[in-house]
Design a protein around this ligand. Structure first.
Ligand code: ZN
Ligand code: ZN
Length: 301
């Protein structure tokens, strides 16, 4: 960790926000980003590339917790897999959409901000519902677990800012749209719909039985991909229900509420139970041909 004292002398340009749009950077922001952009960004507007950085319910043996990298500048959740990115790739992250406050989804945010803040000209924007951001303020970036990077180097020119979103609200970043959708979890939580003109990917976030999710899926045009959690096997159904996750039999009941026909990918499998859980999913919900989401898997929209 780098302490506050070592970063106080650094300066960043003034950054403002439009009400419903992306960052509007001041003229002092360089025309190009602090580090070189890849071809993925030059293609922005035509498509969105999504890469899985982590999709496990735990760690060990090469497993990483939840994170999706969109093009080279957006994260949806920031689990342990973010740490696999190069320093240059880390410095390109401008936006982080957080589904909820649990550690497996936010653990890389403190390290990311601390690692790259000196390389960046604009703050990293952390999006979440009010309850989630309040928890991050009170319990993570609270000067005890980690410094409050919304106050460093000072509150007017911070390295990180929070941006509150409401379920149903859409954030547009160029031609890319990110919409928070309801989730049913032990803490306030959302999932996200990622969309371009070409189609949509629905990410459930951590959720148990969730009729509101299916209302969203059923009214969203051209849902190409559904990434949905199944954190436990059937023998742990009671734990799944108590911790507000899904098990295969619960997933099957949920999928019956879906009228769209997307490719279905399963995430958040418990380490050591992936094969069993996928077998149970095949038995209970085979009609939707669910596949296990894999690290580094890519999707295009
Ligand atoms: Zn959770
Ligand atoms: Zn989780």
């Amino acid at each position: 960790m780098r302490g506050a004292a070592s970063v106080e002398s650094r300066t960043v340009p003034v950054v403002t926000f439009s009400d419903n749009g992306p960052l509007v950077r001041s003229p002092s922001r360089p025309a190009t980003a602090p580090v070189g952009r890849t071809k993925a960004v030059s293609a922005r507007g035509q498509e969105m590339r999504i890469r899985v950085l982590g999709c496990s319910g735990g760690i060990g043996g090469g497993l990483r917790t939840t994170s999706l990298l969109v093009d080279d500048d957006v994260l949806v959740d920031a689990g342990t897999g973010v740490g696999d990115l190069s320093l240059e790739a880390l410095a390109r992250i401008d936006h982080i959409f957080v589904s909820h406050s649990h550690l497996d989804h936010v653990t890389s945010i403190p390290f990311l901000v601390d690692t790259v803040c000196w390389m960046r000209a604009a703050p990293i924007v952390v999006y979440g519902i009010k309850e989630t951001l309040d928890i991050l303020r009170a319990h993570l970036f609270n000067w005890k677990i980690w410094p409050d990077f919304t106050q460093i180097p000072d509150a007017d020119k911070p390295f990180m800012v929070y941006r509150e979103i409401r379920p149903g609200e859409t954030v547009k970043l160029g031609a890319r749209r990110f919409t928070a959708i309801p989730a049913n979890h032990t803490v306030p939580a959302v999932g996200y719909v990622l969309e371009t003109a070409k189609g949509a990917l629905v990410y459930s976030g951590d959720t148990s039985t969730n009729d509101a999710l299916w209302e969203v899926v059923n009214r969203t045009q051209n849902v190409k991909y559904l990434i949905i959690e199944t954190a436990f096997s059937n023998k742990e159904r009671e734990i799944a229900a108590a911790s507000k996750h899904l098990c295969p039999d619960m997933l099957a009941v949920e999928l019956k509420k879906m009228r769209a026909e997307p490719e279905v990918y399963i995430t958040h499998l418990k380490p050591g139970e992936g094969a069993l859980t996928m077998k149970e999913i095949g038995k209970a919900a085979g009609r939707w041909r669910p596949r296990m989401l894999e690290n580094n898997q890519e999707f295009s929209l």
